[in-house]
Design a protein around this ligand. Sequence first.
Ligand SMILES: NC(=O)c1ccc[n+]([C@@H]2O[C@H](COP(=O)([O-])OP(=O)(O)OC[C@H]3O[C@@H](n4cnc5c(N)ncnc54)[C@H](OP(=O)(O)O)[C@@H]3O)[C@@H](O)[C@H]2O)c1
Length: 266
Amino acid sequence: MATAVITGGTDGIGRALADAYLERGHEVVIVGTSTDKGKDFEAYGDRAHFLRADLSLVAENHRVLTWITERYPAVDVLVLGARFHRSTRVETPDGFESNFALFYLSRYLLSHGLAGPLGRAERPVVLNFGGSGQTGPVRWDDLQLRHDYPGTGALGHGGALCDLLGVHFSRVHPGIPYVIDHPGVVATSFAGEYDIATATFVDRLRTSGKPVAQAVAQILPFLDAPPAPLTAVLEGIRVPTDTPAFDPGDAARLHHLTEELLADRA
Ligand SMILES: NC(=O)c1ccc[n+]([C@@H]2O[C@H](COP(=O)([O-])OP(=O)(O)OC[C@H]3O[C@@H](n4cnc5c(N)ncnc54)[C@H](OP(=O)(O)O)[C@@H]3O)[C@@H](O)[C@H]2O)c1
């Protein structure tokens, strides 16, 4: 039986992808923080496993990795969809800016940490919701947004980091197709803590965005048949990856900086 691991699988696009893979007969590991939402998957019986974890914490990512690798020699699908936005800059107990920790670092840890099981699958694929070249530039001198915190722009910055994560991952693991998706505005829960002005804006997005089913229909064909080791998709259309947003030198630089950050913490 094929296995899918979906972070942010309790809501929004991740939730719809979890349902899609469960309906196809996959075994699905759903990672989120809400036990209540996790219970929704009980109807699928033993094929759905809800794992409660706060992925903004490094140790929680390692716990999830251990849980998965002890049970599954192969992982066919990895979806990296957890996000939680804050209008105000917050640091996690690890000392990382919260968007950096959840939107980028967790995805870094999980994708590289599952490269072994992904490599053992017959037709593996990784989906990371990134910027698809639309959301830079990277603030190289301030990766954790200490100065002039950009509000919702923090998500875009995380997306740009995820684009570079995809570039480096597909260079070191060319046999594991990596798809980066910017789905456009989708009517989801927009999990987060917002100030009043942003909350009003986000409330409008929750209703004006495209339906989740449309976003899933736009990305599933790329997951079923990834056209290249690295594919970037914008609202269902493949976009070039030979642009500055996907610069291999920048990707290697970010990888190196991330390894240093993690080593400093250890
Ligand atoms: N919606 C859009 O318009 C849009 C636009 C561009 C990009 N995207 C990207 O698409 C992806 C999915 O977004 P969405 O809008 O569908 O998501 P969403 O409805 O906001 O749901 C967020 C998910 O992340 C999980 N999550 C939040 N904090 C977490 C934490 N600390 N640890 C683990 N899980 C956590 C939530 O789980 P719990 O509720 O269980 O905590 C939930 O399942 C994201 O990467 C997002 O950036 C979305």
